[in-house]
Design a protein. Structure first.
Lengths: 86, 307
């Protein structure tokens, strides 16, 4: 079985916590906050889903606090950061 | 029935990871004094957005003019920041007690807890200065948080301090901070919150590293831990109720409480504690199924003052 890419893991986790979204909506350039409506509570849930997907603890608070405007982070940017081990 | 304190069974990799967190705490050290305190703060830039406002569910709020609504949501933001300030001030004492309870020989853990204590003190100083000097809002004692921290102090339990302090309370605070970070545009507050959020994420990493499975703890002790963790979850949600604004805004306390709890439920905050926090506790080694059921049954009624 082919290992999912970081981007696919992030997209899958977003769909798991925000069940009203379609797979098409979770495109790489979509902003988690502005386009997909992920709020702080959903970020907490997303951390746990990502933890399952990546098999290691994920600290989205750390990621968000390192970004100048956390509301602009995109699906692809999150995947890149997690791939780097952040 | 309380477990003997022994050196935590950490792997050498975990010891190195905790040591790396200590280094990171040094590398990311910041000072509240270095923030741009001379900048004027415009109250209108620190209002809770209407879509996130807990007060927006109160019937009297819906009858407010646009100007009154902004005023109320500014007070709501001040109330949230004041509750965070109280939480940080209590966390300073809890961190000091946790250092003393730290297992003998766990040198890196003690080092990290020292940095955590200093962080919490900085957070309190920075938040208090913003709330009192910039917003002119008074940080009042919070009886529910006071009672919880007194209870934790009496328990004298290293693991319980980590679970209640770092998983339930800091997890909730981190979620609140992230919510504010996503919405706040005022530069001074944003920088303050960003620094605090970064520190809190490091504290949560530490708790994850040193948490050990406690399924084998005696049943009586586990029940007691569940009771205290329930109180921690209750205190965390109760601190989100902007009850210190109700009087000034002329809101009937009973109606405001009922509508605020409705609002917390509708926004998923209560489910966050009954499901996400419970799942988080499970991942950190605490078998939390029974606690989850108790929270489902009693948390909302407790918030409404029915139990």
């Amino acid at each position: 079985v082919k290992e999912r890419t970081a981007l696919e893991k992030v997209q899958g986790a977003i769909l798991a916590v925000k069940k009203t979204l379609s797979a098409r909506a979770v495109r790489p350039e979509a902003s988690l906050v502005k386009d997909l409506g992920i709020d702080s509570l959903k970020f907490a849930e997303l951390s746990l889903e990502l933890e399952d997907a990546f098999g290691r603890p994920i600290y989205l608070g750390d990621v968000l606090s390192e970004i100048e405007d956390p509301a602009t982070i995109t699906v692809a940017q999150l995947a890149e950061r997690l791939e780097r081990g952040e | 029935v309380k477990p003997e304190l022994e050196e935590a069974p950490m792997s050498s990799a975990d010891h190195s990871s905790v040591a790396a967190l200590v280094e990171r705490a040094g590398a990311k050290a910041w000072s509240p004094d270095a923030l741009p305190w001379d900048d004027e703060v415009d109250w209108s830039s620190v209002a809770v957005p209407e879509k996130s406002s807990i007060l927006a569910g109160v019937p009297a709020f819906r009858r407010m003019t646009a100007g009154e609504s902004v005023h109320a949501r500014q007070r709501e933001m001040a109330s949230h920041l004041a509750a965070l300030t109280i939480g940080e001030s209590k966390a300073v004492n809890l961190a000091a007690e946790t250092v003393l309870l730290c297992p003998e020989g766990a040198v890196e853990q003690r080092w990290f807890l020292g940095t955590l204590l200093a962080d919490e003190a900085k957070h309190e100083l920075g938040l208090r200065r913003f709330v009192e000097d910039k917003l002119g809002w008074r940080v009042r004692p919070h009886p529910v948080l006071d009672a919880l921290f007194a209870e934790l102090s009496r328990e004298r339990d290293f693991e319980l301090n980590l679970l209640a302090g770092q998983v339930v309370l800091e997890g909730a605070a981190a979620t609140l901070l992230n919510g504010m970070l996503l919405g706040v545009e005022q530069p001074l507050l944003r920088e303050l919150l960003r620094n605090i959020a970064r520190d809190e994420a490091r504290h949560i990493r530490f708790a994850h590293l040193v948490s050990t499975p406690i399924a084998d703890v005696a049943r009586v002790r586990r029940r007691r831990m569940e009771e205290v963790l329930f109180e921690a979850a209750h205190a965390a949600v109760a601190s989100l109720l902007p009850s210190d604004t109700w009087d000034e805004l002329g809101l009937d306390p009973a109606a405001a409480r009922a509508a605020s709890v409705d609002s917390l439920r509708a926004r998923g905050v209560i489910a966050f504690f009954t499901k996400i926090v419970v799942r988080e506790l499970g991942l950190r080694g605490f078998p939390a199924d029974d606690l989850g059921a108790t929270l489902e049954r009693n948390l909302e009624a407790r918030l409404r003052g029915h139990s």
